[in-house]
Design a protein around this ligand. Structure first.
Ligand code: URA
Length: 310
């Protein structure tokens, strides 16, 4: 998919979200909030649902929780316009209550389609409801700061999910705020791990047909090839890309952390697509003291004209 096609596909989804009446949340919304960011990014942040400010502006994470998210991103040298930010539900639950299962289900196809289009290497989940979409059966108190393979049924074809607390929870608790700074320091590492994994899958995929390919002289002449409409649907094509099983947690990791593992040291990599260069020294540095980091970062708002809005 070209950049232009990706942008057009995201725009189409956003247009549908804006007029959606698929669940009760549309009745009280001011504006729905499809999501925004870089259509060419490798990293998608998924929150829970719009709050008061997001409902008024039609943009995700523009209130106090959003300001903290921007500062957390800045602590690893990233900006919100480097990533894509969206939510599990696209309309504000009244009084900021938790989204209900039927509301999440009604909205799920939008997130699935966004992930299919973006094809991120890394999905960063913000809070319990987002985590439950990608890392079912985990407890956030154990899973935050860890990652595991994403089920392609979520829409992301080949991604790792990295769990974080919701920034709103970090605003309420100093402990969670500090944990969030430490967790965010692991996000660039998680991206490196996710890239490695995708490269490995691509290499496996490239190698597989060579083993089974018919010798050249047995290939059917072009006119005997099946017309395009008779080709097997994508999901029937070999090789089946099973998500890799989660590696064993390294020693010292919480023994009951379900199939999750902490990011291991990763090699320096040149950074394709839209993420700023990751330097191993930055990514692997010890967790910075939370308040030093947060206090030193300007509470900068991203100028809207630098964002791709959907
Ligand atoms: N909280 C969320 O989960 N999403 C937003 O967009 C804003 C606050």
């Amino acid at each position: 998919m070209t950049d232009g096609e990706r942008q057009a596909a995201l725009q189409q989804i956003a247009n549908e979200v804006r007029v959606c009446t698929g669940c009760r949340l549309h009745q009280q919304r001011t504006r729905s909030v499809p999501g925004e960011g870089n259509p060419d990014t490798e990293v998608v942040f998924v929150g829970e649902g719009p709050g008061f400010n997001e409902d008024r502006e039609g943009r995700p994470f523009v209130g106090r929780a959003g300001a903290l998210l921007v500062r957390l991103l800045a602590s690893v040298g990233w900006r919100r316009e480097d990533v894509f930010i969206t939510n599990v539900v696209k309309c504000r639950p009244p009084e900021n209550r938790d989204p209900m299962p039927d509301e999440i289900a009604a909205c799920a196809p939008f997130l699935q389609r966004q992930l299919q289009v973006l094809d991120p290497a890394l999905v960063v989940t913000l809070g319990r409801y987002s985590m439950a979409t990608f890392v079912p059966d985990a407890r956030i108190s154990q899973a935050h700061g860890t990652m595991r393979p994403v089920d392609p049924a979520t829409g992301a074809p080949d991604a790792l999910a990295f769990a974080m607390y919701h920034p709103a929870a970090a605003l309420r608790s100093t402990d969670i705020e500090q944990a969030s700074v430490r967790d965010m320091a692991g996000v660039p590492l998680a991206l490196l791990a996710a890239r490695d994994r995708r490269e490995q899958h691509a290499a496996e995929f490239a190698a597989a047909p060579a083993e089974t390919a018919a010798p050249a002289e047995e290939l059917a002449p072009a006119e005997e090839l099946a017309p395009a409409e008779e080709l097997a649907p994508a999901e029937e094509l070999a090789p089946a890309e099973e998500p890799a099983p989660a590696p064993e947690p390294p020693a010292g990791n919480a023994p009951d952390a379900p199939a999750a593992y902490l990011p291991a040291a990763a090699p320096v990599a040149d950074v394709p697509r839209a993420i700023p260069a990751i330097r191993a020294a930055d990514a692997a540095s010890a967790a910075p003291p939370a308040h030093a980091v947060l206090a030193s970062l300007a509470d900068a708002e991203t100028p809207t004209d630098q964002l791709t809005l959907f």
